[in-house]
Ligand binder design. Structure first.
Ligand SMILES: Cc1cc2nc3c(=O)[nH]c(=O)nc-3n(C[C@H](O)[C@H](O)[C@H](O)COP(=O)(O)OP(=O)(O)OC[C@H]3O[C@@H](n4cnc5c(N)ncnc54)[C@H](O)[C@@H]3O)c2cc1C
Length: 352
């Protein structure tokens, strides 16, 4: 059985490694545009210089899996076309190309490896007293602003978002906000309309100068599925059946951020269980057994506030907020274990 895995992020690697363990006869090829795995949940640390968010792809793959450094241009009819002009045939494929960013002109995105590298270099070159503006009031924005503020206390750091930390319950929200203030981050609840000539313009009409403006919003997915003629939702995510297979082609499993699973948001915490489920499904099918439907389940949402503080908010399986939350060292340890667990699960093929 020939299997091609498109994208070596959390979902792609977990699917490939799990399948290699479960279906010994599978010939698995992983295709990724760069020779390393990007630990996206640490990209804000890559920017601030507090961690290296990449590991060689070879160190992340089980024996027997081959890898190709290339981008897939088209998938369909049992074949993938690569940007180097070659193609690979498959019996089954896993589409796991993740999500992307659409940065406002004048800003540098932190949500991709290339953007984070650009942001890291620009930040390292900033002299003391300069101002960094982080656009995005969600988890990526909060983590980026806090990480930069803690690593570079000589800079002025500002976070701007229409509702900074709005995704938390009132008490957890207060802990996130006070954590940012403790790190001397200026919190601005407003939308950004444009960034021109180093000036950030806000919806309210206010404007301020910014020496480095970071775009910390992850939105949209690569257009590979749409370009290949697979049915997609309004965000470009490929439509899937209850077993996480493309509704157009049962040979293509779609997992992670690029899968249009109803109720799913972009999260490593969802990408890995989806990949595990899809690999299990293919293993079952190869044994002539019936597949089981995938069930979405949330557990928590969490943000780090630098290296010494964090806030974790527990959720119900449908992602609605529970009252319970944790902060401080306990939350730091839980969040760190979750981040390490994501990478470990991808490397070993283990996970929910
Ligand atoms: C700063 C930051 C912090 C985060 N923190 C958390 C967190 O705490 N908890 C959480 O649950 N989530 C978090 N996330 C979100 C999480 O990182 C993503 O949801 C997760 O990476 C999705 O995994 P994936 O495997 O679907 O995609 P990715 O990890 O994005 O991997 C996709 C891979 O496919 C490759 N690819 C793209 N196009 C092609 C192509 N045409 N051909 C071949 N390969 C291709 C990409 O280059 C990439 O290597 C965070 C994200 C950021 C940016």
């Amino acid at each position: 059985m020939k299997v091609v895995v498109v994208g070596a992020g959390y979902a792609g690697l977990l699917a490939a490694n799990r399948l290699a363990k479960k279906v010994k006869a599978a010939e698995i090829a992983v295709i990724n545009p760069r020779p390393h795995f990007v630990e996206r949940v640490r990209l804000h640390q890559q920017v601030a210089g507090t961690a290296v968010a990449a590991a060689p792809l070879t160190s992340m793959l089980c024996d027997g899996i081959t890898s190709r450094v290339a981008a897939v241009d088209k998938i369909g009819d049992g074949s993938v076309a690569l940007d180097d002009g070659t193609s690979l045939d498959f019996d089954y494929a896993f589409l796991a190309v993740g999500s992307t960013v659409q940065p406002m002109p004048g800003s540098v995105p932190v949500g991709t490896w290339e953007g984070a590298e650009q942001a890291r270099a620009a930040l390292a070159a900033l002299p003391a007293g300069n101002t960094v503006t982080v656009i995005g009031g969600g988890a990526t924005g909060i983590e980026t602003a806090a990480e930069v503020a803690e690593a570079r206390p000589d800079l002025r750091v500002r976070i701007v978002g229409s509702a900074v930390a709005g995704g938390f319950s009132h008490r957890a929200y207060q802990r996130v906000r006070s954590g940012l203030v403790r790190l001397k981050v200026d919190v601005v609840d407003d939308g950004v309309t444009e960034v021109v000539g180093g000036i950030v313009h806000l919806r309210s009409g206010a404007a301020f100068a910014s020496d480095l403006t970071l775009w910390a919003i992850v939105s949209g997915v690569p257009d590979l599925a749409a370009r290949s003629g697979l049915k997609v939702d309004s965000e470009g995510r490929a439509l899937v059946d209850e077993y996480l297979r493309s509704v157009d082609d049962e040979r293509i499993f779609v997992v992670g951020d690029c899968a249009a699973v109803p109720g799913a948001r972009f999260a490593c915490a969802l990408a890995t269980p989806q990949a595990a489920h899809a690999a299990n499904t293919l293993a079952r099918l190869s044994e002539g057994r019936k597949p089981e439907p995938y069930a979405l389940r949330y557990v928590a949402r969490a943000v780090t506030l630098g290296r010494k503080n964090a806030v974790g908010q527990f959720t119900r399986p449908d992602d609605t907020l529970r009252r319970a939350y944790v902060t401080g060292r306990t939350a730091v340890v839980i969040k760190e274990l979750a981040s390490r667990g994501g990478k470990y699960g991808a490397r070993t093929g283990t996970g929910a």
